[in-house]
Structures are given as C-alpha cells and as structure tokens.
Design a protein around this ligand. Structure first.
Ligand SMILES: [Zn+2]
Length: 301
C-alpha cells in the first residue's frame, strides 16, 4: 500500500510503500492498514504536524452509508473498514473512505491530466479496469457502484472469456494489463513478465504480441466510443501499467476513436500524469476537502 503525509496545499511531506499481506487473509490486511494509519499519525506528530484528517482509498465496492467494503482481492466482504479506522485513530479525527480509482481520478482532476475539465474520464488499465467519471464537474460514485467499465461486455461469441466477475467477454478480460500477459501466454505457451514484456515483444515485431495488442485496442476503442457517446468527455486520461506503452497505445486509440465518431464531441486522449501516486494524492485531496467543508480557512497539516 502507498501512503504519505500531505499538506493542505498538496505538498507531499512524507511518502512510503508498505506490503499488503493478502496471502494472510482479510483480517491481516485490515490490521496492516490500521497499523499504517496509526504509525503515520505518530510520525506526523513527531515531525511537529497536526493531522486534520485521514483519507483511505481501497479497491472494491464501498458502501458509503455503512462504511463497509467488499473487495475480492483483499478478502473483504462487507468488512466494517470505516468503523475500525475510526476506532484506531480516535473519534475526534475525520476519516474519509473512498474508492482507489475514483480517488486517482480526483487527483488527476485536481493536479494532473484532467485539470480544468468538467466532463472527463480517468481510465487506468492495470490488473483490472475501472473508470473514474467526471460528469458536469462532479466525480460520479453511484453510491459506490459506478465506473465499472471493465465489466461491460465488449467481446462476443466464442472469443469471449469468462471474467473474475462471473460474466463473459468483459473489457477487463481482453484489455487489462493482466489480460494482455495472460492471453499472450495462452496463445504462445510462453509465460511473460506482465504486460510490460508483451509491449517489448510488440516493439520487436512479435506476431503473437501484435495480435493480442490489436484485440485489446479494438475492445478499448469500442469502450471509449461508447463512453464518449454517452457522457461526452472533453478529455480521457489513460493510466495504469498499459500506458507505459506511450504513443504505441495512445495514437491508435485516438485514430480508432476519431474514425468512429460522427456527430459526437471528440475527446482528447492523453496519458494520466500522476502514475502510482494518484490514489494516495486523491485520498489526501478528498480528506482535505472534507476538512474544508467542515471548517473553513485553517491551513495546517
Ligand atoms: Zn467482468
């Protein structure tokens, strides 16, 4: 997990990365999170700062009303994360719990690739695919359920593979970084070191890499055209591991989307700017916004 201490103006005063003990189960993951929050608060105090709020962002489905989280890859099922956090750090401090991809999108909106937009999309292509949607100036959360573009069907017929969500042919099964590596390995019998290696093979002219890449691009183009038609973003920022491919990814996406639009407003398609730090920064921005909403003016850490 990535964590840090962030001042009200967005300056990162301290950053660190800690292991997430997934293999030890959901309780261990939650304990590690609570320990991290408590120790960071202690560090802040030792450095002479006052912690005003704690922002925690997690994957999965967040029930904002109850403060519970269900996340398959953390072995959490309706886990009372907010109540546990509040108990660990004390009731006098604000705790904000949000979705990691939406937080990343919020950071891109505040200080990254989506700055100045009121209708835009942050789409990280990593292990999975989820979207942070900015519509009419607001980040859409849909009570915690919105933005699951990765679980919309873009592959049909016998080519559709079953997704972790149980459905078939989801965007995530063909266009996530994890899918590229898996599909290359299935096709060639050769295990690769993630999407990064598939991108390297593509650059070397590997024919199988070219096929899985082309299929991913086709599904992504469909997804971006659908999103553009529905919500009319002016800018789309692509993030996650796949954007490491740079223009190899972005140029054909731009061309593909351009070719398919007729009456729709054409979005700019760019690389996200904040990389792996987006979620942490978004957590901090959201927490500071909560402080500002509660009490205006003061600028301390
Ligand atoms: Zn799915």
């Amino acid at each position: 997990m990535k964590c840090g201490l962030v001042a009200a103006d967005g300056a990162v005063l301290h950053r660190e990365t800690r292991p997430t003990p997934r293999e030890a189960g959901g309780r261990a993951v939650l304990s590690a999170l609570l320990e991290t929050v408590v120790e960071l608060a202690q560090k802040a105090a030792a450095d002479g700062h006052r912690v005003r709020a704690v922002g925690v962002v997690v994957p999965g489905i967040i029930n904002a009303e109850r403060g519970t989280v269900s996340a398959e890859n953390l072995a959490w099922s309706d886990t009372p994360v907010l109540a546990e956090l509040q108990a660990a750090i004390g009731l006098d401090q604000q705790v904000l719990l949000a979705h990691d991809v939406r937080a990343g999108g919020y950071a891109e909106l505040r200080q990254g690739a989506l700055t100045g937009t009121t209708n835009s999309l942050f789409l990280p292509l990593g292990t999975g695919i989820a979207a942070a949607m900015v519509v009419d100036g607001k980040l859409v959360s849909g009570d915690g359920y919105a933005g699951e573009l990765g679980h919309t069907r873009f592959v049909h017929g016998s080519a559709a593979e079953q997704c972790a969500c149980g459905q078939w042919g989801c965007l995530e099964t063909i266009a996530s970084a994890a899918a590229l590596a898996r599909r290359y390995a299935v096709r060639t019998g050769r295990v690769v070191d993630g999407a990064r290696e598939v991108i390297e093979l593509l650059a070397q002219g590997d024919a199988d890499a070219a096929v899985v890449w082309r299929e991913a691009l086709a599904a992504l183009t469909d997804a971006l055209v659908m999103y553009t038609t529905l919500v009319a973003p002016t800018r789309i920022a692509i993030g996650g591991g796949l954007v490491g491919a740079g223009e190899t990814l972005l140029a054909p996406l731009r061309e593909g989307v351009h070719a398919r639009l007729t009456f729709q407003r054409e979005p700019e398609i760019v690389a996200a700017e904040l990389g792996e730090e987006a979620g942490m920064l978004g957590a901090a921005w959201m927490a500071w916004d909560r402080v500002a909403a509660d009490e205006s003016g003061e600028e301390t850490v």
